[in-house]
Design a protein around this ligand. Sequence first.
Ligand code: FEO
Length: 175
Amino acid sequence: MLSERLMSELNRQINYELYSAYLYTAMETYFLDRGLTGFANFFKVQTQEELAHTRIFFEYVYRKNGRVTLEAIDKPEADFASILDLFEKALAHERFVTSRIYKLVDIAVEEREHATNSFLKWFVDEQVEEEESFQGLVDRLNLMGDKPSNLFMIDAELAQRVFTLPAPLVPTAQA
Ligand code: FEO
């Protein structure tokens, strides 16, 4: 059974994950508008991941006999001064999401809600990957600059990214 406070914070997290999907869709359009389809693909996959994160929280709330209340999603930022600026904003957003996950863990620990604490461990690890992924791109753009030859090289790499269903959503084999 979830406390009202924890259920409300989990609901808020669902909203933030949906916002993340919305933000990354805005970033996808930024690249589609500039013909950088590999970068656009990176954000398409990122959006799919955020929708999967939303689903994981959604299903968990119901498994714990809670209720999901959907609120309005903020308009995503879509005004970027440069590709580097866009990735720095994406990294800042992921750091914010990490702080949100830590807050949820803090509440679960405080309330001795061990199941929710255990559930959140996957997200703690996932956020390391999320920040690492964006930090890596910020570092590369800082190091290499945004000359077309560099951008096309990164674009070709990012075109290879594919979505894989996160572990918590993979159906387990029936015994
Ligand atoms: Fe759902 Fe990018 O964290």
